[in-house]
Design a protein around this ligand. Structure first.
Ligand SMILES: *[C@@H]1O[C@H](CO)[C@@H](O)[C@H](O)[C@H]1NC(C)=O
Ligand SMILES: *[C@@H]1O[C@H](CO)[C@@H](O)[C@H](O)[C@H]1NC(C)=O
Ligand SMILES: *[C@@H]1O[C@H](CO)[C@@H](O)[C@H](O)[C@H]1NC(C)=O
Length: 291
């Protein structure tokens, strides 16, 4: 009788821990699906190419040190005219794929006359693998190693342009490759993932301690060079990343040449179409002699 009770208790406890383990595993997967929704909007099945905008490009496959293949588009300004001393590395947000960036590629390429390099993170678009912070940081290392060894790009000035999760990648790169990165443009990026989740999904605030994807830009930005110019573009109506995150990143940034612009009507994903957005970027790149 007593033994039976113990056995039953063991069974129940065993059952509970299986359920707990299952829901933790679920939380792990769920968290990755939430932080990296590369699966959404059919973005894994179809990736537009620069052909759509009549932009000349080379398709490059980068191989990471852990054997992931990343698809990249490489656009050389001298393929259409003259020369450009600058390469813009575009770092994408957490949804969509590099095809979504064609209108932005076109602005940098045709209007600002820069070279452009853009790659799909692992698990996005046509790249293999699945996304994690550790993996995306390897991808960033791979892209930078490619650019500094590439005959065409190695002597160009390097501008990073990152939105949201792309901003976190840009901050990682700028803090790690201080002598390689010449300037950074950030839009609606965050202090860290754990600091965004309670705002995005209040019900998840109790599970933030289970968060394994951190992207600690708050810490990494303090470790960037004071010599690197930074431009912060912040939508004041951002409903996903509280705009205070951009303000704090701006304050923590040790750059001697930093500027912040706030767009009173900008939400998370439409700050880019606010009045003046591209003029501000153009002026900033001109002032710092990148274009
Ligand atoms: C990209 O992936 C899609 C879907 O898997 C495929 O149809 C397409 O051919 C790929 N593009 C290239 C250039 O490999
Ligand atoms: C700061 O960046 C350098 C590389 O530029 C790195 O070696 C160092 O560990 C970083 N420090 C911190 C506190 O992250
Ligand atoms: C902006 O994001 C919302 C979801 O937050 C989405 O429904 C909408 O289509 C997006 N708009 C654009 C222009 O991407």
């Amino acid at each position: 009788m007593f033994d039976k009770a113990i056995a039953l208790t063991k069974m129940i406890i065993g059952g509970i821990s299986i359920v707990a383990a299952a829901s933790l595993a679920g939380l792990y997967t769920f968290q990755n699906r939430l932080v990296y929704p590369s699966w959404a909007q059919n973005a894994r099945n179809y990736v537009d190419t620069p052909d759509k905008y009549n932009l000349p490009y080379k398709r490059v496959i980068l191989k990471t040190r852990d054997n992931i293949q990343l698809e990249a588009y490489d656009l050389h300004y001298n393929d259409i005219s003259g020369d450009s001393k600058t390469t813009v590395l575009i770092l994408c947000p957490n949804a969509g794929n590099i095809g979504y960036f064609l209108p932005i590629i076109e602005i940098f390429f045709r209007q600002f006359k820069t070279n452009v390099f853009i790659y799909s993170y692992r698990g996005y678009g046509n790249s293999t693998g699945s996304p994690t912070e550790k993996g995306l940081k390897i991808d960033a290392d791979t892209a930078i190693e490619h650019l500094i060894n590439d005959d065409f790009h190695k002597d160009k000035k390097l501008v990073l342009y990152g939105r949201s999760l792309g901003g976190a990648n840009a901050i990682y790169i700028a803090s790690k490759y201080k002598n390689i990165v010449d300037t950074v443009v950030l839009e609606n990026t965050f202090l860290s993932i754990p600091k965004v989740i309670p705002h995005m999904l209040p019900k998840l605030k109790y599970v933030v301690s289970f968060c394994h994807e951190i992207w600690n830009s708050e810490k990494e930005i303090s470790n960037c060079s004071s010599e690197t110019p930074f431009l912060f573009l912040s939508g004041k109506k951002d409903e996903i990343v509280p705009p205070e995150h951009m303000k704090t990143l701006y304050q923590l940034c040790p750059s001697n040449k930093k500027q912040i612009f706030e767009f009173p009507k900008g939400f998370h994903n439409d700050t880019i179409i606010q009045d003046g957005y591209w003029d501000i970027i153009e002026k900033f790149l001109e002032e710092n002699r990148f274009i």
